[in-house]
Design a binder for this molecule. Structure first.
Ligand code: ADP
Ligand code: ZN
Ligand code: ZN
Length: 733
């Protein structure tokens, strides 16, 4: 029998299909998963062989005179079948071009045709002299000091990409090298296999932890778990103990975390516990580092793979478990290109690999919680804090009478004073950076707006600029009102910069530390700031959601939540869910050790019943209420939605296009709602409109999406607009 010598190839072009090519005589037929170079239009592109055509397909194609592939790059597949299956499923589910899915799934260098065989990687290790060096000796070189103490915690060395993830500057390491304290080594990753697995002893688990660990250890084949444990309940300890027997058996574990740079503590806990190579994959890596990590995971050398959402596409030789930590976090959802949710892909992938998957959270998304209630996920609960820590007390502070220019109420200020006087730490949380969100003219009412967006310009006082937070537009602060010439310009509202300034004035003896995207832009600055927060050197922390996630500040006992109302009043149906999660996550930073925490929620709508439900600190109660609302509205998880967004310089083009789509005769079980302007109607000079698709069942929804896309692909207006499809959107903006 002769084999069909034609292939279906995934080519990196924005078309939702595979392309047929023939294999020239004399060339070996490449297997699915191999890279091939093909001619596409007038370009040569690198694609992946997706499947070999059947005899029948080949016979059909015989008449079409297929183009031959130009070159086969790999003797053996670079993509494993399970990953190809994951990519295919993502392409189908998100209605996204398979070639572009590969852009997310494969390291850049592989897509550019680089060799997939990579040699060992460089690690920084301490020399024997370095191991005995005193950290205090470097108190005048804080970066070297930080590098030294990190390396001391990692006796088997830290890989270069990991150090860059932890924002340790190369210069600091080189300075240690000059002193003869540190050295670069190419360490074979298997070196540690002779050591014993545990680098430190596990903590004796509490009763609930023990039950959860037992359940996870009993898992056999595919099994999805929700580890629903309040903040500080010791979820990480459960992961670690569940992983232990799997690692002992030589297997690999993939752990997804929201943002590695933000919580280097978590990475360290995994590294300290086990003497196995840990690979961390994150956005700060170079293409080469990323390829190295990819290869090491694929070869099975990396045993724990820790990464942000795109790490879900990491190949593994012997995967045994997938863990998604902080599974509610919206960073798991990609907001451009392939708009996938790594949490969902984690469950699909675990299913394909027939291994358990654990979604861990103190505030699980309503979708996840519902699946657990339905018995589709096994629900493991940790209702108590680990060790001696007790849950925080939450209070609402009625701020209706508070004048607009005083962001902190007198009672909040008093509580801050009491806390810092007892040598405890305070966190003031406000999810708005900058000094003030608006500046305006006292005389004529003019307000500084972005020329290209429907938004005000935020005043960043320290750099004297007005900046739009929706585009890159920025300008100098005017001395006079551009409309009436008055010099009576005032600001309204407050951002973290103003809060930090006011607090520093009110508490001159207590260092105030602001942590937000503006203060942590420079490489290394986030780590330095977190170090100050951890050491307690800063008594008052002011920050955005960067401070809400995962941190464990030992002496933090008071959190003040400013401006809590926004999310509850938002037009986004997920607004109340996200606001509740955020407040409970902030609360979760307090009282994690001996002293009990207090959380003051400042509100101008103190009667909001959701806010009151939140006071119990019990996420399950508020989730039940929110779920009841969703059920009434037929919104997720009781219905399914997709959002078709359209942007154009001309509003009428978007509206016309979406209008035509909105009247298509789709399955009557699908509702097409809109078009309506997006919550931010104009951004970067483009008008933005959207069409919401909703259905009780997924199948008709996906059918309708297919119909809409079929029309869009051929519609002349679609070429003049930018459009995108978001299946299961998490953010309606
Ligand atoms: P979560 O991830 O659920 O917020 P963590 O895993 O960060 O909680 O644990 C919170 C704190 O409790 C950590 O300092 C951890 O070391 C400690 N801890 C966890 N489990 C135990 C235990 N069984 N006994 C004592 N302390 C524990
Ligand atoms: Zn004016
Ligand atoms: Zn703008």
């Amino acid at each position: 029998m002769t084999l069909a010598r034609t292939l279906k190839v995934a080519v990196p072009v924005p078309l939702r299909r595979l392309f047929d090519y023939s294999v020239p005589r004399g060339m070996d037929l490449p297997a699915p998963g191999c890279r091939v170079e093909v001619e596409f239009g007038r370009r040569n592109l690198i694609g992946i062989v997706w499947e070999q055509s059947t005899q029948e397909q080949a016979a059909e194609q015989a008449s079409q005179k297929l183009k031959p592939i130009r070159r086969v790059l790999d003797a053996a597949p670079v993509m494993d079948p399970d990953l190809m299956q994951l990519c295919q499923r993502a392409a189908d589910y998100y209605h996204h071009p398979i070639g572009d899915v590969l852009a997310t799934a494969l390291p850049t260098l592989l897509r550019q045709g680089q060799d997939a065989q990579v040699s060992g990687e460089l690690f920084w290790c301490l020399t024997p002299r370095g191991q005995h060096a005193e950290v205090d000796a470097l108190s005048r070189a804080p970066r070297q000091q930080q590098a030294l103490s990190l390396l001391k915690e990692h006796p088997h060395g830290l890989a270069v990409p990991m150090l860059s993830a932890l924002s340790v500057p190369r210069s600091a390491l080189q300075a240690l090298e000059k002193k003869g304290w540190a050295e670069l080594r190419e360490m074979a990753a298997s070196e540690s296999s002779s050591k014993q697995l545990l680098g430190e002893l596990p903590l004796p688990p509490g009763i609930e932890q023990e039950a959860a660990i037992r359940a996870l250890r009993e898992a056999n084949g595919f099994a999805p778990y929700l580890l629903d444990g309040i903040t500080g309940s010791g979820k990480t300890e459960v992961y670690l103990q569940a992983m232990e027997p799997l690692l002992a058996a030589g297997k690999q574990i993939l752990v997804l975390v929201p943002e590695i740079g933000l919580t280097p503590q978590t990475v360290r806990r995994f590294e300290k516990r086990f003497n196995v190579p840990v690979e961390s994959l994150h956005s700060g890596m170079t293409d080469r580092e990323r390829l190295h990590g990819w290869v090491r995971s694929r070869l099975g050398e990396a045993r724990i793979i820790l990464g942000t959402r795109s790490a879900i596409f990491t190949p593994m030789k012997s995967p045994a478990m997938i863990i998604v930590d902080e599974a509610h976090d919206s960073s798991l959802k990609q907001q451009e290109g392939l708009r996938y949710n790594a949490r969902d892909l984690a469950v699909w992938r675990a299913h394909m690999l027939d291994i358990p998957v654990v979604l861990g959270s103190a505030t699980p998304s309503l979708e996840t919680l519902y699946l657990a209630e339905q018995g589709r996920y096994r629900h493991l609960r940790l209702r108590e804090r680990a060790g001696d820590a007790r849950p925080p007390t939450l209070k609402i502070e009625d701020c209706r009478e508070l004048p607009g220019h005083t962001p902190l109420s007198p009672r909040s200020l008093k509580a801050i004073a009491d806390t810092v006087n007892q040598q405890q730490q305070v966190l003031v949380f406000l999810n708005r950076r900058g000094y003030a969100p608006v500046i305006q003219c006292h005389d004529c009412g003019w307000q500084a707006e972005c020329e290209r967006c429907d938004s005000f310009l935020t005043w960043h006082k320290s750099i004297g600029r007005l900046i739009c937070h929706h585009c890159t537009h920025e300008r100098r602060v005017p001395a006079h009102c551009p409309k009436c010439g008055s010099s009576a310009l005032t600001d309204a509202g407050s951002g973290t910069e103003k809060i930090a300034e006011q607090l520093q004035k009110a508490f001159p003896k207590h260092p105030v530390l602001r942590i937000d995207r503006d203060t942590t832009r420079r490489k290394g600055s986030l780590n330095a700031a977190l170090a100050k927060a951890h050491s307690g050197e800063a008594s008052i922390l002011v920050g955005t959601q960067m401070l809400a996630k995962g941190h464990h500040f030992a002496r933090l006992t008071l959190a003040i939540v400013l401006d809590a109302d926004g999310g509850f009043l938002s037009a986004d149906f997920r607004g109340p869910e996200h606001a509740s999660q955020l407040i409970l996550q902030v609360a979760g930073r307090t009282g994690r050790e001996a002293h009990r925490g207090t959380v003051i929620i400042q509100s101008r709508h103190p009667d909001n019943t959701l806010l009151h439900t939140l006071l119990s600190g019990d996420y399950a109660t508020i989730a039940a209420r929110l779920l009841a609302d969703r059920r009434m509205a037929g919104l997720p998880p009781f219905g399914h939605v997709a959002l078709l967004r359209c942007e154009s310089m001309k509003a009428n083009e978007c509206i016309e296009l979406l209008d035509q789509l909105a009247v298509l005769p789709v399955d009557p079980r699908v509702q097409l709602l809109g078009p309506v302007p997006a919550p931010l109607e104009r951004r970067q000079g483009r008008f933005r409109f959207q069409l919401l698709l909703r259905a009780d069942l997924r199948a008709p929804l996906h059918g309708a999406i297919g119909q809409l896309l079929h029309v869009l692909d051929r519609h002349p207006l679609a070429r003049r607009c930018r459009w995108s499809l978001d299946v299961d959107p998490v953010d309606m903006l």
